[in-house]
Design a binder for this molecule. Structure first.
Ligand code: GLP
Length: 241
């Protein structure tokens, strides 16, 4: 794993956006895996700026998001589909049909998960997977557990994740308790991986990811087995390394 430490969250966002922009310039048909959460917002703003300046063309890019809450359709204000529309897709020239977010609705979420994994495969796999990290070391919604999930699956959220995400909902009771998420295997099969973490509240997870054992109890530690993974950290997130 290549680790880059920069002074501020703003610089970390610029660095992540620069890597993504370079990948799109190299390969206009890039298959790009994307995260939600607060971590990627600065990078999304930078990508939008580069698009507006005429530097970046998203017309052939295809995107696959890491995860979606079960039970929220794409119009729900906390759905990850809506998050992506509002924070990136509506501001760049990506055709809507090229943007993919797992479906959290319908009678059979397990089937949605299988279909999503198949769609990634038929797109030729992910070229570059961008992601954040949860405070407990989760990636996508792969929570600490006894084993690494290989493929996209329905995953139960841990109490600490429900707690961390309740800030976006009226109360913890309103936070969905399950999600459809790419598996750790799905993420590791991406040809390149890019993790962005900023802030002191990620420092423990980053220490575990970089220096602890590779264990499903800290899912991001699996990235140490990825042959082409870059972690961009600000000084606060790197403060326990
Ligand atoms: C969520 C998402 C993850 C994200 C994590 C951290 O639960 N499923 O993909 O990395 O939380 O979020 P944030 O960037 O807001 O700290």
């Amino acid at each position: 794993m290549q680790i880059h430490i920069v002074k501020s969250p703003e610089l970390a966002a610029e660095a992540a956006a620069t890597l993504i922009a370079a990948a799109i310039l190299e390969n206009p048909d890039l298959v790009l895996g994307l995260p939600t959460g607060s971590s990627p917002l600065g990078a999304y703003r930078a990508l939008i700026r580069m698009h507006r300046e005429g530097l970046l063309d998203f017309s052939k890019v295809a995107t696959y998001n890491l995860d979606e809450y079960v039970g929220l359709d794409g119009t729900h204000e906390q759905s990850y589909r809506r998050f992506m529309d509002e924070n990136l897709f509506e501001h760049v020239n990506i055709p809507r049909e090229n943007t993919h977010v797992p479906s959290g609705v319908g009678p059979d979420p397990e089937r949605n998960a299988r279909d999503y994994e198949a769609a990634i495969l038929s797109a030729g796999g992910i070229d570059l997977q961008f992601m954040g990290i949860g405070r407990n070391g989760h990636i996508g919604f792969n929570e600490p557990s006894d084993s690494f999930a290989d493929k996209t699956a329905v995953i139960a959220l841990s109490p600490s994740t429900v707690e961390a995400n309740k800030r976006f909902f009226a109360s913890a009771d309103d936070v969905p308790k399950t999600a459809v998420s790419m598996g750790v295997g799905t993420i590791l099969r991406a040809r390149r991986a890019l993790l962005l973490a900023t802030g002191r509240d990620k420092a423990e997870a980053i220490r575990g990811m970089v220096n602890g054992p590779v264990t499903p109890m800290l899912p991001a530690s699996a990235l140490r087995f990825h042959p082409n993974c870059v972690a961009i950290l600000d000084e606060a997130a790197a403060s326990l390394l």
